[in-house]
Design a protein around this ligand. Structure first.
Ligand code: FES
Ligand SMILES: [Fe+2]
Length: 384
């Protein structure tokens, strides 16, 4: 969002605050609780949403230099995305052609920025996925056609600072369709130029959709976070915008009123609101003040999910003190989610696991939660 758009966003939020209201949908949504627990729905989701739909990998600044890679297998298909020498990205099935070992796990760097080396027997691949070296190859692998023993390519796309990969090697996607114009809304947030501070992996006893629900409404701030988030942000106020399957929601900080006393050209709008964005199917990007965070949620089984919470700051910390202060802040945010949201939601999961049939009700003031469930349902219906 460019400066004038940020100012417009502030005006929209000031108006919502003054009228004590929020973006509203047409009607409430009711959904059987089995939607969170039905084994068939779960298997369909895991297969269609996580293997056959493009997956958000990270912002462009996750992989700034040639040889930087990110590898993950949480979709059920091991994937490795790497920055190549010409600045473009490559993506491969993360399985060595020899006996299938993954070439990396999480964030890493290729040997000398040039070679992806298998940890098992040290076969090495260049960043285009070609097999480049086989130790003891002349004798041990006589007759092997190296030209056909490269890594299996996957489709990867990068646009507006967002990286997406298709885990299923048989399928293709159109990045413009995937983004649905949410990309320009991120312009100015620095998805391509921030510094990657790190990631926290949290295992939860919560189904992946129940986990995602916690991020998509601002209705619970006063009740669940009275001493933390609600001290800084208004409860139940957000401006909702839809972009294809994705959405972007802005919400006001309590300090937003300070801007009413200032000339508009002096506003620093980013300090007085935050943004929560949903990227279908499983990602949340949280933009606040001078930095942003991503939360990627993956199913482990029907009632367990894992979250990768990553932090990106404007530039590398200047010294150890600055590093420690960012680390503390990162931990504090993670603690709020774990101690306040997940602790409660794990108890909700027990209610779901009880098997008692009932409906959940999603309010008109919870447009983000409604959208996520609607998009998942529509996607599954179109691929059934
Ligand atoms: S499995 Fe990779 S070198 Fe053997
Ligand atoms: Fe929360």
């Amino acid at each position: 969002m460019q400066p004038h758009q940020l100012n417009d966003e502030i005006k929209t939020l000031l108006d919502l605050v003054s009228r004590k209201t929020t973006s509203l949908t047409e009607s409430i949504m009711e959904m059987p609780v089995a939607n969170y627990s039905d084994p068939q729905i779960f298997e369909q989701e895991r297969h269609e949403l996580f293997r056959n739909q493009p997956q958000f990998v990270g912002p462009s600044c996750l992989l700034p230099e040639p040889g930087d890679y990110y590898a993950f297998a949480d979709t059920g298909i091991p994937v490795l995305v790497v920055r190549k020498a010409d600045g473009s990205l490559g993506a491969y099935l993360n399985a060595c052609s020899h006996r299938g070992a993954p070439l990396g796990d999480g964030w890493g760097q290729a040997t000398n920025q040039r070679l992806l080396t298998c940890p098992y027997h040290a076969w090495a691949y260049d960043l285009d996925g070609n097999l480049a070296a086989v130790p003891f190859g002349d004798e041990g692998f006589t007759g092997l056609d190296r030209s056909t023993a490269g890594l299996r390519p996957l489709q990867v796309e990068e646009k507006h600072g967002l990286i997406y990969v298709m885990p299923n090697p048989e399928l293709r996607f159109d990045i413009n369709e995937v983004l649905g114009e949410i990309g320009p809304a991120f312009s100015g947030f620095g998805l391509d130029n921030h510094h990657y501070l790190g990631v926290k992996r949290v295992e939860t006893q919560i189904s992946w959709k129940l986990n995602m629900d916690t991020f998509h409404e601002f209705y619970h701030f006063d009740a669940l976070h009275p001493e933390t988030i609600a001290q800084m942000s208004y409860s139940n106020v957000c401006h909702y915008q839809q972009f294809g399957r994705n959405h972007l929601m802005s919400s006001p900080a309590r300090s937003i009123h300070e801007l009413e006393q200032q000339a508009e050209q002096d506003w620093e709008p980013r300090n007085h609101m935050s943004f929560v964005s949903y990227l279908f199917p499983n990602t949340v990007i949280f933009v606040v003040a001078d930095h942003f965070q991503t939360w990627r949620v993956y199913p482990v089984n029907r009632d367990k999910s894992v979250v990768y919470h990553s932090m990106y700051i404007p530039q590398p910390p200047a010294n150890a003190e600055e590093q420690a202060s960012y680390e503390d802040y990162f931990q504090m945010i993670n603690d709020v989610a774990v101690n306040e949201d997940y602790t409660l939601v794990e108890k909700m999961q027990r209610g779901i696991n009880s098997g008692i049939e009932r409906n959940v009700i999603i309010g008109r003031n919870e447009p983000g939660v409604q959208n996520m469930h609607r998009q998942i349902k529509e996607c599954l219906a179109s691929t059934a």
